[in-house]
Design a protein around this ligand. Sequence first.
Ligand code: COA
Length: 691
Amino acid sequence: MRIEREGEIGLICLDKPPVNAIGVALRGAVYAALHELLDDATLKAIVIYGGGRYFSAGADIKDFARAGEQPTLPELLNAINNSAKPVIAALHGIAFGGALELALATHLRVGVTGLRVALPEVKLGLFPGAGGTQRLPRLIGMEAAVEVICSGREVSASDALEMGILNRLVDGTAREAGVAAARDVLAGNLVTSATDSLSAEPAPAVLDSARRKYNKGLNAPLLAIDSIEAASLPIDEGLARERALFMQLMEGDERAALVHAFFAERATSKIPEQDASRRDINSVGIIGGGTMGVGIASAFLMAGFPLTLIEMQEDALIRAKSAIEANLAGALKRGKVKKEIYDTALRSLRFTTRLDDLADADLVIEAIFEDMDTKTDLFRKLDNICKPGAILATNTSYLDINTIAAATSRAQDVIGLHFFSPAHIMRLLEIVVADKTAPELVATSFDLARKLGKIPVRAGVCDGFIGNRILSHYRKCCEYLLLDGAEFEQIDSALEEFGFAMGPFAVADLAGLDIAKATRLRKATTRPEQERYSRVADLICEQGWYGRKTGQGYYVYDESGKRTPNPDVQDIVAYERAALGLERRSFTNKQIVARCLTAMIQEASNTLQEGIALRPVDIDAVELFGYGFPRHRGGPMHMADQTGLETLIDRIHKYATEDDYFWQVPPLLLEMQAAQQCFADLNAAANNTTA
Ligand code: COA
């Protein structure tokens, strides 16, 4: 923060890279600066603006533990609102959260073209608790305020002007805009007002309908509405009510999990290879025009990369082309691709059946059939065709990338880029580093992921890498629960209540039961004798029921896609239970969720200990951004910390009385217990070595 003076105008410039996050130090500095400028009799108006890319990203999320230290954000903002001299906020880039609340507490808001404002606190399990729920309704009315606060959405500068959040929108720099507005105020050409002196009309019907709309299992939007309701009270009463409700959220699990998810999204980029040099990627080749190839191709085209797509059969190429066109048209409609990129994308796409056409590609991604012989054969050919230095990537989801790399004479140039279906939508990208992969490939792939809008997570080679390895363990747990007495629809609904968009059996139907069958067959010869095996899925497949694509699997689907449990599958389950001589037990939804989570945490701990995942937070990111783990639960490792090691270990011992092969306490959990550590400690320790 620095103070500047220009004639009768005092300026406070927020200058805390990278995003001017407002933590305890900046709060204190601005508070002191405000008073210094107020005490300076030569100054008649005060402008607050931001240096750098943005006005400010809001309250410092890393500093939440110190939110109560003085001056608190509400104290600072009240001081601004009560200031005897007019205070003007000049906003550019981004004014989010507490930064927009700060602006709402000033007496006039000027925006610079390109500005985006938002109150995104609900996405972090909070609401704007520094006067935002009291001041925004006073400025724009209850209905608009509820929508902005409960959605957390970004509002463009022109919309903000129209709604009354901004008083003025101009071109130029924030400083110029602020000074010009201050001069107009001093000349009497622009009127200022203290937001707290305004009043907000009660709107009970609007609030009731908002309560119904946002009743989706999350606390933050509902408490936000309660707080907004208090905006029709005198300001002091409203602010007090806001504070009390805000503190409830601040101390809750939802806030902790969502903040963890926010940082997880960013933490995964911190990798040991971050200082390695990069290779240029200007041209990309994708081999395979199936679902994965088409999705990956669409993702690259949406990011503006020229692309060559290879399919061996002409008719498959034609199908791939129309699928890509449909993906891009959908992305354009959803606003996920810019019109100018969309217009050139299809022209920059080349379809061919000749591998030789990849001779000049900087990056080649294989997305063909999941079979080791087919893949090694392809990589042998690529080794002969591709130029030196080209990156050769496989999209395998399970196979050993060391074996694939060994089929070439350039194992250092081979890496796994594991996309998730649909690849142009799903945000996760597992970057699988084989034994000989060059560090610059890893660094280049991480940069690439960001260009594609993906969240990259570094993984090591093992069966299934991070995500599918944990998934496979979790699925086994679900299958055992089914054999032991829970019905598949109960297991699905228990996990859906927990927050997954779809339970595991509904997901299996969606993915296609034949896919999982192929994996089971591949692993059949190496399956340990002690491992329980459920034949239920095999028996379903024997009927030719592969899930949604055949109209039935665990569920029967009507034309609208609505599911009802398949009674024949219920019979199959009963038959299999009888064949195994199992006595049926009942499970509560809570018990189901506890077992499933414990299974995930168990396998995740082993994945971590083997170094397949760098940090616990990488595992959470994989689950959150690739496997539909509910964001407001933070991920399995975060939940492990919330559950506590003692409880987890006790649970595993208890489950082991039924099956001591599947349920074994991971050595890492015991080591952590002895060292009195939690997964957050491991994250912090790992960051000290990779930062
Ligand atoms: N508090 C603390 N740190 C913040 C922050 C905040 N409010 N907003 C961003 N950061 C940090 C990020 O963690 C990241 O740190 P890193 O480099 O150590 O990983 C860095 O600032 C840059 O953020 P990033 O998201 O990578 O930059 P961006 O330009 O892509 O996006 C924003 C900028 C502001 C859009 C985005 O960071 C964001 O949405 N921030 C949260 C805003 C928010 O919720 N504010 C309300 C707080 S209550």
